[in-house]
Design a protein. Sequence first.
Length: 301
Amino acid sequence: MSSFNRQFILKQWPARTQQIPLRLWFELSKGHAVIEFQHVSKHYGHTRAVEDFSYRFPERKITVLVGSSGCGKTTLLRMINRMVTPSAGTITVRGEDIASTDPVALRRSIGYVIQSGGLLPHKTILANAKTVPLLNKESKQEAYRRATQALEAVGLGEELYKRYPAQLSGGQQQRVGVARALAADPDILLMDEPFGAVDPIVRDSLQTQLLQLQDRLHKTIVLVTHDIDEAFRLGDEVIVLEKGGRIAQAGTPAELLAQPANEFVAEFVGANSSQRTLRTTTLGGRTVVVDGAGKPVGVIE
């Protein structure tokens, strides 16, 4: 897959390299997480939710699954941690066929963030964040260290530790959900419409924070959204899905805009609108992406 320098094409959005005041952050994951689907299908009776999906997700990058409702994106995501079992095909995680792995151990090794946060309402914020480290049999001291480190990383101070989810705003709840997913320092993070339940201003802030964290943590992230703007802002790679989990096109945001595979992709990503119109030209033997005014905005290598 060719690469594109996203800082040019996404310059209208906040730069992902902006610094944030973190006194602590996690060590980079030592393993190289690899997720690969090989001819995977999922059928519910006569309904073909996913049909013959094959893809190798790039490690330590954000890959976004985007498409309209019912295209199979959440089904694909939930098959990675065995919350959904494929009807056919093979999924490997870290080089192992997940069909032969312990599903509980697999899920505890993978961070998972959902739209509502999925917090335990009867537990404090700190207790929620300690959940996975304790399940992984870390000591209470180590679980506390990991939880407080994760909460601080997402911008939540100790004045909130004793509060309950109902006492937080929607944005704060989502931050706790992200912190809980990060507390065990997983190399893989799955995110299902993580910012869909908050208002646009909070969503923008959460997206920016995720990009800033990713610059430091370098996780392998698979994120589901129906919002193409969110997909383009967050994704190193974006997979546009059609019904049945079929890949209409996969590539960088710039590639999808400059070289949509067909009319469906062009309309879905908004390449036909004046706001997003891009085209490519050859200059000095290189493929250069230019905007509607002919101004170069990057190079596809």
